[in-house]
Design a protein around this ligand. Structure first.
Ligand SMILES: NC(=O)c1ccc[n+]([C@@H]2O[C@H](COP(=O)([O-])OP(=O)(O)OC[C@H]3O[C@@H](n4cnc5c(N)ncnc54)[C@H](OP(=O)(O)O)[C@@H]3O)[C@@H](O)[C@H]2O)c1
Length: 305
């Protein structure tokens, strides 16, 4: 099968399409024929070796963390999945024609959208879900600022915060304004022209931060939150000054089947839209990495074998 692999860390030129043996599912695993994977910014860090202290790769290594596809083989001991089932999940080595995954990490794919589009859901959707419901615990009537709403996580975060009944303020540049409005944002601040502090007329209960911020920007974010409110950051930690009445949470999203299944239900109910900004052949992965590194991508991009 074809697999997009790196044999060493480096720039996008280290990504190669290799012919490799099709894997066989181990006990508790299934083999999935990949309908699509999706691009996530963490793929860049993995490829460059920036995450090697935390997540050392066994090189050569197939890239890709999201998958949607069809089960084509079932390993021993698997219950609840059968050949032909359409699934999504967060895995490893999904930038390939086939991937094995632990059966208990996968959930049934949504039926309301094309299977390939559903590859956009796992990492971005789980991150947004956990930011909104676990860490910020958004409830109806709260004011929430989604910083970085134009990205893949941001699109889900805006929709989930709206679904929770929040008033959503979002930052986005012009290219993402229309999409973010469609996701339901009540107010959009163009971060390229307007400082938040000038655009917000009252403090927010929570900030979902999806953008790398320096210390000065982190201080500004904290100042926008009411006492007792929270800054939840999926990028670097945001540290409020000592004695601040604002709480800060920095988190790394985890795989959680119940969260993923809940997202799928919302997609099937039409409450969450999966917005695909580009569908590219898997063989174009290096080019997608280059586009992302030069700031030419937005939203969720799927890659189809
Ligand atoms: N902690 C975790 O577990 C976890 C999981 C997933 C992702 N992440 C991290 O979360 C971040 C967002 O992920 P993602 O997948 O959404 O990334 P993404 O899709 O690559 O986000 C790109 C978007 O960021 C927006 N942006 C860039 N600079 C901005 C600024 N100064 N202010 C506001 N928006 C800005 C741009 O929006 P416009 O189009 O509006 O310009 C762009 O479309 C990344 O840093 C990623 O590594 C963390």
């Amino acid at each position: 099968m074809k697999a997009m692999r790196i044999h060493r860390y480096g720039d996008a030129s280290v990504i190669h399409q290799d012919d490799v043996p099709r894997p066989a599912p181990a006990r508790g695993e299934v083999l999935v024929r990949v309908a699509a994977t999706s691009f996530n910014p963490s793929d860049l860090g993995l490829r460059r070796g920036l995450l090697r202290a935390l997540l050392p790769l066994d090189l050569p290594c197939t890239l890709g963390g999201d998958v949607s596809g069809t089960v084509v083989e079932v390993g021993d001991g698997v219950r609840g999945l059968a050949v032909g089932d359409r699934v999504i999940g967060r895995g490893a080595g999904t930038a390939a024609e086939y991937v094995t995954a632990a059966a208990d990490t996968l959930v049934a794919a949504p039926t309301a959208i094309p299977l390939a589009h559903a590859a956009a859901i796992p990492i971005a959707g789980l991150t947004a879900w956990q930011a909104v419901f676990e860490h910020a615990r958004i409830t109806s009537g709260q004011r929430v600022l989604v910083n970085g709403a134009g990205g893949g996580v941001g699109g889900f975060a805006v929709q989930l915060a709206r679904h929770a009944g929040a008033h959503v303020v979002a930052t986005a540049s012009r290219r993402s304004t229309e999409a973010v409005r469609q996701f339901g944002a009540d107010q959009i601040i163009d971060y390229t022209t307007t400082p938040f502090a000038d655009a917000l007329d009252e403090p927010v209960d929570a900030i979902l931060n999806l953008v790398a911020v320096d210390a000065r920007q982190a201080t500004t974010l904290v100042e926008l939150v009411r006492p007792g409110g929270v800054v939840v950051s999926a990028t670097g930690p945001v540290t409020p000054p000592a004695g601040s009445p604002v709480t800060a949470v920095h988190f790394v999203a985890r795989n959680d089947q119940s969260h993923l299944a809940a997202l799928v239900r919302l997609v099937d109910a039409g409450a969450v839209r999966v917005d695909i900004t580009a569908s590219r052949p898997l063989a174009d992965l290096a080019s997608v990495h280059r586009d992302a590194e030069s700031g030419h991508t937005r939203g969720k991009i799927i890659l189809v074998p």
